[in-house]
Design a protein around this ligand. Structure first.
Ligand code: HEM
Length: 396
């Protein structure tokens, strides 16, 4: 253990560059304790994977962030089985590979529309205009929200996620939550009233709210679960993918990445190139669990009831798992990173996220060959999300 080694994800330095402290933790303090913040942290790949798979010992109930979840009942990210499994099962058909053929035209349309107003050599914010807009409009349309509602919904969900380590239950955030809740409840009520589902429709061909309405009407779900479930899907599906798209754009603008690194022989962005970027700089750097009993690892005991951060971003740079892990190597042999988690909470939107980024980045690389920063980018204010809230670009 090193005397002065302290992990505090609320610190600016962590947001700027968490990788140096990860290296020290993996090497010297793999079961780290920060008593001031009341948290523990696992940093090695093997340990993060182990904790994610041992959900009986590492519970998600009680929240996966530093603060409790603001999304409330229905947020299955913060549930354990059996409740978690029942809710996940309800929405998962929409995210499976075979459902993607229905979503692809939507992603392509949103991408084309997002690029349309952008002009060569004119600076634009690549986050709001592109990287965030594409996943946001897509997940909101999959839910069944109108496009005008998407921008509003994502703005409010972001306000709920923008917490610098301390719980912000400001009147504005609570009002936004109430407004969103009633939008989802009304949407589901309207579908129940219209009985808009049919026996022949498969889950993938209807919107998610229609399936939720059907589940409520047959007693598989309660109305009280609806807002939290919908908020979770928007939150999980937007800033994460925005982090991937904006991270790659930032890389193109700063020379870290070239178009040749990304494009395959068919001139499409390669999914395995995206996977390497996701390993190198994960949009979700960590999420937490709470121990349900005393847990022993590397000679230390984490007491029952402790908050443990599982450092996905550090696991992805573990030299025990990846050769030369700090290098962004697009020819690296495939190896599963921790970017999408593991175990029962393994990312539901993994296939969707990679397709969204593939379509978006292929389209922008077809349109432009030169990418430059047109100002100072700003990181999204979060303790666990590694993305941008502002990325000014000039392209031609
Ligand atoms: C690059 C983009 C993405 C990244 C890096 C990412 C990452 C993750 C991670 C690390 C988890 C595990 C949570 C945990 O361990 O507690 C997760 C879960 C989840 N993700 Fe993603 N995600 C991405 C995109 C998406 C998209 C587009 C959606 C679509 C709605 C989505 C929906 C979900 C949901 C619903 C869960 C919870 C699964 C469960 O608790 O069973 N994600 N994601």
């Amino acid at each position: 253990m090193l005397a002065n080694l302290v992990l505090d994800p609320t610190e600016d330095q962590f947001r700027i560059d968490p990788y140096p402290i990860y290296a020290l933790l993996r090497e010297h303090d793999p079961v780290h304790h920060n008593p001031q913040r009341g948290l523990w942290a696992l940093s090695r790949y093997e340990d993060v994977q182990w904790a994610l798979r041992e959900w009986q010992q590492f519970s998600s109930v009680g929240g996966v962030e530093l603060d409790e979840s603001l999304f409330g009942q229905g947020d299955f990210i913060v549930m354990d089985p059996p409740d978690h499994d029942a809710l996940r099962r309800l929405v998962s058909p929409h995210f499976q590979a075979k459902a993607m053929s229905n979503v692809l035209p939507l992603i392509e349309r949103v991408t084309t529309e997002s690029l349309l107003p952008l002009t060569s050599d004119e600076p634009f914010d690549a986050v709001t205009a592109f990287a965030q807009r594409i996943p946001a409009v897509t997940i909101c349309a999959m839910l069944g929200l109108a496009e005008e509602q998407a921008t509003w919904a994502v703005g409010e969900v972001n306000a709920m996620m923008t917490r610098h380590g301390s719980v912000v239950r400001s009147p504005q955030v609570l009002a936004a939550r109430a407004a969103l809740e009633s939008t989802f409840i009304t949407g589901v009520q309207e579908r129940i009233a219209a009985r808009s589902w049919s026996r022949t429709a498969t889950p993938q061909t209807s919107d998610i709210m229609t399936d939720l309405a059907q589940a409520v009407s047959i007693g598989e779900l309660t109305m009280a679960d609806i807002p939290g479930l919908c908020l979770t899907l928007i939150a999980a599906g937007t800033e994460t993918t925005a982090g991937l798209i904006s991270g790659v754009l930032h890389g193109l603008a700063t020379g870290l990445i070239t178009s040749d690194d990304l494009l395959g022989t068919d001139q499409q962005v390669r999914l395995d190139a995206l996977d390497e970027y996701l390993r190198f700089d994960a949009p979700i750097q960590w999420l937490g669990r709470t121990t349900t009993e005393d847990v022993h690892r590397h000679g230390r005991t984490i007491p029952a009831g402790s908050k443990v951060l599982l450092l996905y971003g550090s696991a992805n740079r573990d030299p025990r798992r990846f050769t030369d892990p700090d290098a962004l190597n697009f020819d690296r042999p495939a190896g599963r990173s921790m970017t999408f988690g593991d175990g029962i909470h393994f990312c539901l939107g993994r296939i969707l996220a990679r397709i969204e980024a593939q379509v978006a980045l292929t389209a922008i690389l077809q349109r432009w060959t030169t990418f430059q920063l047109a100002g100072q980018p700003r990181r999204f204010p979060s303790t666990f999300l590694r993305t941008y809230e502002y990325l000014p670009l000039r392209c031609n």
